[in-house]
Write a new protein. Structure first.
Length: 456
């Protein structure tokens, strides 16, 4: 998003070398301008694809209704038998987990991993729990069991279906979104009086200045109101990124903010005894683990069944239990209430970013934030367009003047450079793109013979 430079300071102010905010503001203005113009397309794509993804939980319930839902009935087929029937559909698959139907109208999801599938992709067979009918078989993605329609839109938002290279687009957008918001807030705080004065130029006779004033007002107002939400989207979005995401993971590990997990190690049975999936679910249900749940089968000898609640929309429904396959006894229990605070906040943040924290209210908030980004980008480009010189000159809008860093006091400029350097190290894509902006700025100045702003 871009913020207009508003009005250039009078010559007597430019001759001084002000310190504090007056000295650093023009530098941030130019940074905000270039970042807004060049990063805005990526933000726009992220907002539009995210807007499409928000309502995929409801969409997949409609698109995949036949697989997900069954007619209610009193009869039931044991889970073990449902697994056997599902295995016949994908005999080459390795059983990963089972999600029993949570209500009489839900199908059972039996999840297999195929030999040639990616690490995050599985093949899920949907079984009618009342009569064992196979309702269908679909490729699913991730721990949330995203069905094809949601998985496709998730991939579009995450990497534009361009693989690891495509993840750079989303990381660039997430990295700069937070920076643009913070710089925009600083510009707004520093020039609230100017914004109000420009916004009052609503006389049609005032021409472009009035249009620009109204656009500035809308851009600033929406940006300020949406700032907290946009910063949240930036921070949580970086957890999925390629390079910054690794730094976030390392930081969480160093600060012991990682999500705990139930202990799944058990003594191997000398006979290889296994009480079966029905007994496992019965044991955890008796211990208070309510539906819906996912039952992960032991991956090797000496491992337990792990049964975890997978309730969407309720952040506290994430308890898990481990069950010894040889005895059917619950060997470990992990309640979400016992998670460390930062682990809880991490889970809540990720769920909220995906629109799954509180269901529809969460989705409505995300919709508003996506529309805010779209509006900020549109208004930013409109401000740039309205600042274009008269006909016959450069057809594009003017950028804030160069060389403004020379007006900043070292006591302000040095901490700003240090903070920028730390951000560039922690957010590598932001750092590389920041250098690219500086190169572009220098090339533009060289090609247009633009003179830097001088002091004195």
């Amino acid at each position: 998003m871009t913020v207009d430079e508003h009005e250039a300071p009078p010559p007597e102010q430019r001759r001084r070398a002000p310190g504090g905010w007056a000295g650093v503001r023009p530098l941030l203005m130019r940074l905000h301008f270039y970042a807004g113009v060049l990063v805005a397309p990526f933000l726009l794509v992220a907002a539009l694809s995210g807007l499409a993804y928000i309502y995929t939980p409801q969409l997949e319930q409609v698109v995949h209704d036949h697989e997900l839902h069954v007619p209610a009935a009193a009869a039931s087929v044991p889970l073990s038998r449902q697994v056997e029937l599902a295995r016949q559909e994908v005999p080459e698959g390795k059983l990963v987990s089972v999600r029993p139907g949570a209500t009489p109208t839900d199908s059972t999801q039996v999840v297999f991993h195929l030999p040639d599938a990616g690490s995050s992709f599985n093949q899920t067979v949907f079984v009618n729990p009342h009569d064992g009918e196979i309702r269908g078989s679909l490729e699913t993605y991730g721990s949330s069991q995203a069905l094809p329609v949601r998985a496709w839109l998730s991939g579009l938002h995450r990497n534009l279906h361009l693989g690891e290279f495509g993840r750079l687009y989303s990381e660039l957008a997430a990295s700069w979104l937070g920076v643009l918001v913070l710089v925009g807030l600083g510009l707004w705080v520093g020039r609230r009086g100017v914004l109000r004065r420009i916004a009052r130029r609503d006389n049609p006779a005032a021409g472009p200045a009035a249009k620009r004033g109204r656009t500035v007002s809308r851009h600033a107002t929406v940006g300020v109101w949406a700032a907290i939400g946009l910063l949240f989207l930036s921070a949580t979005g970086l957890t999925w990124s390629a390079y910054a995401g690794e730094n976030v993971s390392d930081l969480r590990t160093a600060l012991d903010w990682t999500t705990p997990s139930v202990t799944s190690a058990v003594d191997p049975s000398p006979t290889g005894a296994d009480v079966g999936i029905d007994a496992v679910r019965a044991a955890t249900a008796a211990a208070g683990l309510a539906d819906p749940v996912e039952i992960r089968v032991p991956a090797a000898a000496g491992k337990a069944y792990v049964v975890t609640q997978v309730q969407k929309g309720l952040p506290g429904k994430s308890d898990s239990m481990a069950v010894d396959p040889a005895t059917g006894q619950v060997t470990d229990t992990l309640r979400f209430a016992d998670y460390p605070l930062m682990a809880k906040l991490t889970k809540w943040g990720i769920d909220a970013h995906m629109g799954m924290l509180f269901g529809l209210p969460n989705q409505i908030v995300l919709t508003a934030l996506a529309l805010a980004i779209i509006g900020l980008v549109a208004w930013g480009y409109r401000m740039w367009w309205l600042r274009r010189p008269p006909l016959g000159a450069n057809r594009f809008g003017k950028a804030p003047p160069r060389g403004t860093w020379r007006r900043a006091s070292p006591t302000v400029l040095v901490p700003l450079v240090v903070v920028g350097g730390l951000l560039a190290w922690f957010l590598p894509v932001f750092g590389v793109s920041l250098v690219a902006f500086l190169v572009v700025d220098a090339l533009v100045a060289f090609s247009t013979k633009e003179e830097p702003t001088k002091t004195g």
